[in-house]
Design a protein around this ligand. Structure first.
Ligand code: GLC
Length: 612
């Protein structure tokens, strides 16, 4: 057995931590906060909101004096810092703003049409410039507009008028304007704690007090510090001082974890914010949210052109709801207030999709089956007028017009395409597999939803491998039932040319469980990589009293990219044999991997499939 003593579970945790990457908080542990604060009930229900990044930087559009934003692949709203702009000169960007056409109500109307339930604007981003008429200092929009504008007030009024909650983003930690605010150059030329506290007491606290007092009820305040307070200048006391002022002035206002306090450290923090464009990978019992962009930057960037499709964005939303999460999708309006066509167009498409399918999103939550159990759907659930509804969001419409759902023991009373209740879908149910026949063409051009209705909360059986889109069972290190404790999951490399696998260097056994509802002749293949020449390694698969054995052979190497001098070890699929399955039922598949003496091999999967 490979001797790195790290369990699969702890590796999953490590993986999560790594993918949250820059822009996320250091999570001390992933211990779940169990209660949902009652003030967060609306947020759980809402599931989908708008983020607006708009400010002085919107006038630069990612270019300063003809020079593209420095530091490739970065955010347009960071141009002040990245391109080392002088403070006074930065404000000349405001000369390009068209105050006649700027109307925050238009953003709110767009949010409403997009099916969003709340709107969060950058009241103050890292550049330190306030979008409201602040009495703290002079670096605010009131000072630079004639007649004075107050974007926060205009947005608050529009949200009230159109029935959406308002959230305010406030950059508390980073502030490039105040001489003692945090600026990453301070990692080189340090600030003293006293200086930072001066910034905190004379800018953060009084500005937050204005925002919490003058703009009516706030749905949430959204802070932005992506490292733990122990790793930077902000102290826990300062964060608690800010939090207690929020609780005092706005008892129902939610606070996100990028305040710098995780929900584990302080369960009074209402929801966890994942890293930028990081979507859920596991179900959490407390509220959480992904901030997401449609291209890359948050503020408008004229040179960006990699727009995600509406379907991709809808799938991200569905994924999050299926894990009890929320998605806040960003728009970066231009200096005249216009929302770029590419953004508006996608938002309207998503809005139309939600008009048709919103029942499966708003107020819906995750269901009791593993996230990656089915490769053709994500599942949400809702109790609705005493009916228990399981929503199958079919992210890949099957070519054979049949879906096989594995894991629900209860038989549904009814199955239909959402909003087509009058045309029930034919289905059959066998123990733990529900098969449904679908129409030829998927009804929704983006993602179609099938509803299964039950009289009681459906009971589930976990730990089964479901049939995949390709009508077989893919038995992998990601879905096994039993494996030795110290199994290390090697993640894909080389753009996926090296797939997820485990390394075995002695002998070890793994097992999976399936429910087979179609008896017949089943074939087994195995995919592995072995670079040595010894012939004493073997794979021994046992299933239903049968034993199939196959000698491990060298799988050779391949050139990663023609003409380039890099090579990768090949994972090759091998036929292992066939097994006659006579009866419907549960089957355990055990695989003993015997590595060639003194050498290691990489194991990827077993593939169990029926040949007609
Ligand atoms: C990051 C960036 C910032 C952006 C935010 C959105 O923290 O610094 O520019 O506002 O993420 O999630």
């Amino acid at each position: 057995m490979h001797n790195r003593k790290i369990s699969v579970i702890s590796l999953k945790v490590l993986f999560l931590f790594l993918i949250f990457g820059l822009g996320s908080l250091v999570m001390s542990e992933l211990k779940a906060q169990t209660q949902v604060n009652t003030r967060a009930e609306w947020f759980k229900e809402a599931r989908y909101g708008m983020f607006i990044h708009w400010g002085v930087y919107s006038g630069a559009e990612g270019v300063w004096k003809g020079e593209k934003l420095r530091y490739d692949n970065d955010y347009a709203e960071w141009i002040y810092y990245r391109n080392r702009i002088q403070k006074d000169e930065y404000l000349t960007l405001l000369e390009d703003f068209n105050w006649e056409t700027i109307d925050p109500e238009n953003w709110v109307i767009l949010a409403k049409k997009a099916g969003m339930k709340y709107v969060t604007i950058t009241a103050k981003h890292h550049d330190g410039f306030a979008l409201w008429d602040s009495n703290v200092g002079t670096y605010d929009i009131g000072e630079y507009t004639q007649p004075k504008r107050d974007i926060v007030r205009e947005l608050a009024d529009a949200c009230k008028k159109h029935g959406l909650k308002m959230g305010l983003y406030y950059s508390h930690w980073v502030d490039w304007e105040h001489q003692y605010g945090w600026d990453h150059t301070n990692e080189i030329y340090p600030l003293t704690d006293e200086q930072y506290d001066q910034y905190w007491q004379e800018k953060v606290m009084p500005q937050m007090s204005e925002l919490l007092t003058n703009y009516g009820d706030l749905g949430l305040v959204w802070f932005d510090m992506w490292i733990h307070h122990s790793k930077t200048i902000v102290t826990k006391e300062q964060l608690l001082q800010l939090k207690s002022m929020i609780r005092e002035l706005q008892a129902n206002c939610l606070i996100n974890s990028r305040l710098g306090l995780s929900v584990e450290e302080d369960p009074d923090v209402d929801f966890r914010t994942l890293g930028d464009n990081s979507f859920g990978t596991m179900k959490l019992d407390y509220p959480w949210q992904s901030p997401a962009t449609i291209a890359h930057s948050w503020g408008y960037h004229a040179l960006e052109n990699q727009w995600k499709s509406s379907t991709t964005l809808i799938k991200s939303l569905i994924n999050n709801v299926s894990l009890n999460g929320n998605m806040m999708l960003n728009i970066g309006p231009r200096a005249n207030g216009d929302v770029p066509f590419e953004i508006e167009n996608r938002l309207l498409q998503i809005g139309k999709w939600l008009e048709r399918n919103g029942e499966a999103i708003y107020g819906a939550e995750g269901f009791d089956l593993a996230k990656n159990q089915h490769d053709w759907c994500r599942i949400t659930y809702k109790e609705d007028q005493n009916k228990h509804k399981v929503y199958l969001h079919i992210t890949n419409w099957p070519l054979d017009q049949e879906i096989k759902l594995t894991g629900i023991l209860s038989k549904p009373d009814k199955a239909y395409i959402l909003n087509q209740e009058k045309n029930p879908l034919p289905f059959s149910h066998n123990t733990v597999v529900t098969r449904l026949s679908l129409p030829n063409n998927q009804p929704d051009p983006l993602v179609s939803v099938v509803v299964l209705e039950y009289a009681e909360y459906p009971t589930t059986e976990n730990g089964l491998v479901a049939q995949s889109m390709s009508n077989g069972y893919s038995l992998t290190p990601d879905n096994w039932n039993e494996a030795p404790d110290e199994t290390f999951l090697e993640r894909p490399e080389r753009f996926g040319s090296i797939p997820t696998h485990i390394i075995v260097d002695e002998s070890s056994s793994y097992s999976w469980r399936v429910f087979i509802d179609e008896p017949g002749t089943y074939h087994l293949d195995a995919s592995y990589n072995y670079q040595g020449d010894r012939l004493d390694g073997a794979l021994i698969v046992s299933m239903d009293g049968n034993k199939l054995s196959s000698r491990i052979e060298n799988t050779k190497r391949t050139v990663g990219e023609p003409g380039n001098n890099w090579q990768i070890d090949s994972f090759v699929s091998h036929k292992i044999g066939e097994i006659e399955i006579k009866e419907t039922g549960y089957y355990d598949i055990k695989c003993k991997i015997q590595a060639p003496t003194g050498e290691e091999l990489g194991f990827q999967w077993l593939w169990l499939f029926k040949k007609d």
